[in-house]
Design a protein around this ligand. Structure first.
Ligand code: PHE
Length: 448
């Protein structure tokens, strides 16, 4: 398996995996869900979910991947031969197809908005942001064009391979993202309503918290950390055996959470309070409306959408890499053919989503994009996360799991750490995720 590729360094891995985690989930979804779930109180609950439930699952995925050095399907086959556990990996690959298809549609919007911003079609004072969004969303040709454009970008990076494609892109793009975010935060904090926005964001209002809020937070944590579908198994499979998986998982979790929190520092001060509308419109309509009214708004808008496009690209790359690594490992297809072939199929699969915002009556009526998000972005991820914990606890065995995790990991062997991780994997995570899953299935609620 030597020709599978490996990250060039720990930093390379941390940046690539953080790139997967940091995406539209952080910059678009997190602020919007925070907005509709009580602001500061939701942020606190989100943090608890991230570190109590999601972080152990991240360690589980990375450990499975590094042990097996395979794609998600091959990984379960290698660790538990002659069993049916590989189906969990197969569901992960399917989730890769599914999520990427609709995610690339929204990612494509960011490119369209950069183009609109640069050509002056976004923030001029006589334009109405809602009308701009609606006419763009219902233009089938443009929707498909940008879907394919973004898919092509994703394929281009994945063809470059682990070191020269994915890692290189992340090394350039993530620091750029961080700097752009800091610049934007510095700017929006000077706006008149900034303090009201911050108050909403940071002062918890527990009267808005209920069981629904907690489950929203957990669903968001899974989606945001790219858990439950094998992205972290795949990225973990390119890690050398002596890497300290605990610290790697901690860095990725930390950076992802940091960027989500920072995104709130852009959106809420800019909005000057609680958002009035949710969904796609928060960024593409409400925020554009803000950019229209502030000095240098045209430039700021372009910077913002560049930032979003960057975040989205490093995530789409990881989604395509799950599918590509499966085709390389299991089907013996070359990286180039696998990435291009999968990219085309996924983009075609994205067409109904692209047409579901007004361009096509039928797909709009059934809300195709939302449905895809519900099935793949919620059900598949949570179910996958649950099964991975059960796999480690009851099939692979915690002893073997710890044995592999301990290679290169200083923390393993320390009784407190082991005890905590054991309890998390045996009870806390499966229980919490099972409740979440039941909730989603019973209510049909799209979380996060
Ligand atoms: N974590 C990504 C985001 O927040 C989305 C994603 C989910 C990427 C699952 C890979 C796997 O946007």
């Amino acid at each position: 398996m030597n020709n599978r590729g490996e990250w060039s360094s720990k930093l390379g891995f941390i940046l690539a995996a953080s790139g997967s985690a940091i995406g539209l989930g952080n910059i678009w979804r997190f602020p919007y869900i925070t907005g509709s779930n009580g602001g500061g109180a939701f942020v606190l609950i989100y943090l608890l979910c991230v570190f109590i439930v999601a972080f152990p699952v991240m360690i589980v995925e990375l450990t499975i991947g590094r042990k097996a050095k395979r794609n998600p399907v091959g990984a379960f086959k290698a660790i538990a031969p002659n069993s049916k556990w590989w189906i969990i990996g197969a569901m992960g690959v399917m989730a890769g197809f599914g999520i990427l298809s609709y995610y690339s549609v929204v990612a494509g919007w960011t490119i369209a908005y950069i183009v609109k911003g640069v050509t002056g079609g976004l923030t001029a004072s006589h334009l109405d942001p809602a009308a701009i969004f609606n006419s763009f969303a219902s233009n089938g040709f443009l929707q498909i064009f940008y879907l394919f454009l973004f898919s092509a970008l994703t394929v281009f990076v994945v063809i470059g391979g682990v070191k020269n494609g994915i890692e290189k892109a992340a090394k350039i793009l993530l620091p750029l993202l961080f700097v752009l975010m800091l610049l934007l935060i510095g700017y929006v904090l000077t706006l008149p309503g900034a303090m009201d926005g911050l108050k909403f964001y940071l002062v918890p209002d527990f009267s808005k918290v209920n069981s629904h809020t907690i489950l929203m937070a957990m669903g968001q944590a899974f989606f945001s950390l790219s858990l439950g579908m094998g992205a972290m198994i795949t990225y973990g499979s390119y890690l050398p055996d002596d890497d300290d998986l605990f610290s790697s998982a901690l860095y990725v979790t930390f950076f992802d959470t940091l960027i989500a929190i920072l995104a709130g520092f852009i959106i809420f001060p800019a909005l000057g309070g609680a958002p009035t509308k949710a969904g796609p419109s928060l960024v593409f309509v409400v925020l554009v409306d803000v950019f229209r009214k502030i000095p240098f708004g045209g430039v700021i808008a372009v910077v913002f959408f560049v930032l979003m496009a960057i975040a989205a690209l490093t995530s789409t790359v990881s989604l395509l890499e799950v599918v590509t690594s499966y085709l390389i490992d299991e089907k013996g297809i070359s990286r180039k053919k696998a990435a291009i072939g999968a990219g085309i199929v996924i983009a075609l699969l994205g067409i109904p989503s692209a047409l579901s915002l007004g361009a096509n009556k039928f797909f709009t009526k059934i809300g195709f994009l939302d449905k895809m998000d519900f099935v793949f972005g919620n059900i598949f991820l949570t179910f996958g996360g649950l099964m991975m914990c059960l796999f480690v606890a009851y099939k692979w065995g915690l002893e073997c799991f710890f044995e592999h995790l301990s290679e290169g990991c200083d923390h393993v062997g320390k009784p407190h750490f082991n005890r905590w991780l054991q309890i998390a994997i045996y009870f806390i995570c499966p229980l919490a995720i099972a409740i979440l899953l039941l909730y989603i299935l019973l209510t049909g609620e799209t979380l996060g």
